[in-house]
Design a binder for this molecule. Sequence first.
Ligand SMILES: *Cc1c(COP(=O)(O)O)cnc(C)c1O
Length: 298
Amino acid sequence: DEVIVPDLTFVATANAVMYAGAKPVFVDAEASTWNIDTEKITAAITKKTKAIIPVHLYGHPCDMDTIMKVAREHNLLVIEDAAEAHGAEYKGKKVGSIGNVGCFSFYGNKIITTGEGGMCVTNDEKLAKRMHFLKDHAMDKERKYFHPEIGYNFRMTNVQAAIGLAQLEQIEKFIAAKRKNAVIYNSLLKGVKGLTLQQEMPWAKSVYWMHSMLVEDDFGRSRDELVKLLKAEGVDTRPFFYPMHQLPMYGNLHGDKEFPVASELARKGINLPSSAKLSEQDIRYVCNAIKKIKGEKT
Ligand SMILES: *Cc1c(COP(=O)(O)O)cnc(C)c1O
């Protein structure tokens, strides 16, 4: 079986496909949202394709209408990787509720957290039952300790669930803070030559899991130089994810297929401090440090 996965994502998306014994087929990113390029999906579909996993990267929703249309035409399942996008909306609909299954992470750095853990959601009764079964060592619901197949321990503890419910009570506050901080970042960095700021599509409500930008060649410093110089100013940042095709275990899956957009985004992309707790003063400090670093060069 083959499953379509964006080339630019966190490695867990591709690994999940491998765990299931299938092969991830990577599709390039699009320059505007940094998500899977929906126009390149059809070309990646073969007779073996079973599903598409769109990833709402850094909290910005994918173009779900196009993805659902392609899936319908080719009889494919859609599994939304909403690990970074709790509460993000596509045309007013919450991401994770559009495909057959939606997956959320509650890792420590996600929009809401239970320390570790996550959640799958579905409207499909059969799939829900199947997931309950697999997560609990695939134990037969009628026959105690009879296991008709090999399952997993993917359970969360009640303690984690309690933390998760308390986090959920605050999610609107976290999202509002992240959206407000995006406005501040964008207004402070707007005029800086050589930076491409994050966009929000008119049909999208992003939750800005990460405040991100691209360091273009005319910034005067490379992305990696900027990371280092910001660190010296006391500002911690992250480079974008490596594209999947550049990782050792996925490098030779695709022959000489190229992923120019994902490669370029990965080379230029930087995640700035993104906590919901950032103050306007914190953001000013970060943006001034960026401007100072650029000024020193030019
Ligand atoms: C964090 C993340 C995951 C994995 O979530 P875990 O809870 O760490 O398993 C999967 N996909 C994406 C896009 C992520 O960012």
